[in-house]
Write a protein that binds this ligand. Structure first.
Ligand SMILES: *Cc1c(COP(=O)(O)O)cnc(C)c1O
Length: 397
């Protein structure tokens, strides 16, 4: 097969909206209630049902979800929170927003999730919590992590930003397996509301506290006041935040939630096509899905082996030259300015290895098999040229 330039470039991801999302937004605009109101309440109820959580609290993003989760859990200045460095910047930022310090933990090379043995080694008398990230949707070893936490009296919170629809030991992420799980509805995630987030918990008191903190710590919600036949005056008993989701966003989320199973199935199908056809490239390490985990393939990430005939950055450029957008794999937070410290580099060898060698290939709901075949053909063509010593041709492509 030869790779001819596609008519249009292939993006790394693209959100999928249909007529139903458009209709839902129009309905909200025409209803006169656009901020947090009835649609948000309905989205929370349906989201909770979907993941199997007693309580779901909608907020403006996963970053604000994490911030509130830490506050509700009582995390305070001076506390240490364990988390991976191999994650999006917001994972560590949210810990700092709560006044605590992120302590970076190295990963397992097969799953890219935090290695329980490294977690155990990072615990100090100041450790209060573990922030578990399910890397690009692949569940972390929650049983092992929760038992370490229990034996040290630590709180476990999940950064499930990417993990909607993923399962661990037969139960949805967010059901929740821990104290609280936080989701993102950013357009790079599978279910999107433009911007948005959700916290799920089994604890009614935590849920009530989260609801209060997200709306200026107002004792009565707008919706309650609006639907009351009595005059209601609210009060504010602490400093809160405005982390509300809007009804416009929730209306989109409700439609996306109905489409979620279909969107997940399509991603898994595309991911398995990638894995099948890319197995011929022997210097790729494909994604690994442990037996008790169900991956949602929020992203399709491969790692270049150490003996690969091309660097990750060169490969990204070769693909871009052919109209294919890719992204470096997951970033390493400890390399960014606010978190740089010499101690991390020696503590995080596997994180460094993965962040330098991983690449995310295009994968999105509306991706056609032709588009995917084109990406694979490009990779095969690059591989053949590298093997036959035609590397110089690559540069002049
Ligand atoms: C996207 C993402 C976030 C941030 O989500 P926002 O909704 O954009 O705030 C946090 N953590 C991880 C792991 C993410 O992938």
């Amino acid at each position: 097969m030869s790779s001819t330039m596609p008519l249009k470039a292939i993006p790394i991801a693209r959100p999928s909206f249909g007529l139903n999302e458009e209709k839902a937004v129009l309905e909200v605009l025409r209803s006169g209630w656009v901020s947090q109101g009835p649609r948000v309440a309905e989205f929370e109820r349906k989201f909770g049902e979907y993941v199997g959580a007693a309580h779901a609290v909608a907020v403006s993003s996963c970053t604000t979800a994490l911030h509130l989760a830490f506050l509700a859990a009582g995390i305070k200045p001076g506390d240490e929170v364990l988390c991976p460095s191999l994650s999006f910047m917001a994972t560590a930022n949210a810990i700092v927003h709560a006044g605590a310090s992120p302590i970076f933990v190295d990963i397992d090379l097969s799953t890219y999730n935090m290695d329980p043995a490294c977690i155990e080694r990072s615990i100090t008398p100041r450790t209060r919590a573990i922030l578990v990230v399910h890397q690009i949707g692949l569940p972390s070893p929650l049983s092992e992590i929760c038992s370490i936490a229990a034996s040290h009296g630590l709180i476990v919170i999940e950064d499930a930003a990417c993990a909607i629809g993923s399962e661990y030991k037969g139960r949805s992420i967010g059901s929740p397996h821990t104290t609280m799980a936080c989701f993102s509805f950013h357009p790079r995630k599978i279910l999107t509301t433009g911007e948005g987030g959700m916290i799920t918990t089994a604890d009614e008191k935590l849920a009530a506290r989260l609801r209060k903190l997200r709306q200026h710590s107002m004792t009565v919600s707008d919706l309650t006041r609006h639907s009351s036949s009595q005059v209601v005056t609210e009060s504010y008993d602490e400093v809160g935040y405005n982390y509300r989701m809007t009804d416009i966003q929730a209306a989109i989320g409700l439609v996306q939630l109905e489409r979620l199973d279909d969107m997940l199935a399509r991603r898994r199908q595309l991911a398995s096509r990638y894995s099948q056809r890319l197995s011929k490239i022997e210097w790729f390490v494909p994604p690994f899905e442990p037996a008790h985990c169900r991956h949602n393939f929020q992203s399709y990430m491969v790692r270049l082996k150490e003996n690969a005939p091309i660097t990750r950055d060169e490969l990204m450029q070769e693909l871009l030259n052919r109209g294919v957008s890719t992204r470096r794999g997951i970033m390493a937070i400890h390399r960014e300015l606010p978190y740089r410290h010499e101690k991390w580099d020696s503590r995080l060898p596997r994180t460094n290895e993965v962040t330098d060698a991983a690449i995310i290939l295009p994968l999105f709901y509306a991706m056609t098999e032709e588009e995917q075949d084109y990406v694979i053909d490009c990779l095969e063509q690059i591989n053949v040229q590298l093997r036959t010593g035609e590397a110089e041709k690559l540069n002049s492509f």
